[in-house]
Design a protein. Structure first.
Length: 132
């Protein structure tokens, strides 16, 4: 919400509900544990994962799970210096092997390559529950 955005990001601009659009255009995606992770992997983007002592336990657990699967470099959003961020940006790479594994295990069903999980879910709902 807006109060949390101001607390976490100060005067920096934050945008909600346009994740896919912004991720597609980004050179680097900075995220914690939102849907931007899936989009970043789909678009083969470089990613920095935010961590922070102020994150609640649920968010911390989700961040740890994503870190385990994808191995994104992390940075503490409350403690990082500008130099640490710049150093990280200079060495940032996409781990194709982990991205492909994530896509095949969590985003695209075998035999459905090129069809997003959202499309697969919509097709399943239509087939299973919307018979005419």
């Amino acid at each position: 919400d807006e109060a949390n955005s101001k607390r976490d990001f100060g005067r920096r601009q934050t945008v909600k509900h346009r994740t896919q659009e912004y991720t597609a255009q980004a050179a680097v995606v900075i995220t914690h544990e939102s849907s931007s992770v899936n989009n970043a992997v789909l678009y083969h983007k470089k990613v920095i994962q935010l961590t922070g002592s102020r994150f609640n336990d649920f968010t911390k657990a989700n961040c740890a799970s994503i870190q385990k699967m994808l191995g994104f470099p992390t940075i503490d959003m409350y403690e990082a210096t500008e130099k640490q961020v710049n150093d990280l940006l200079e060495t940032l790479k996409v781990n194709q092997e982990k991205y492909e594994m994530f896509l095949s295990n969590y985003i695209v069903r075998p035999g459905q390559e090129g069809v997003s999980s959202c499309r697969q879910i919509a097709d399943h709902i239509k087939l299973k529950y919307m018979r005419g």
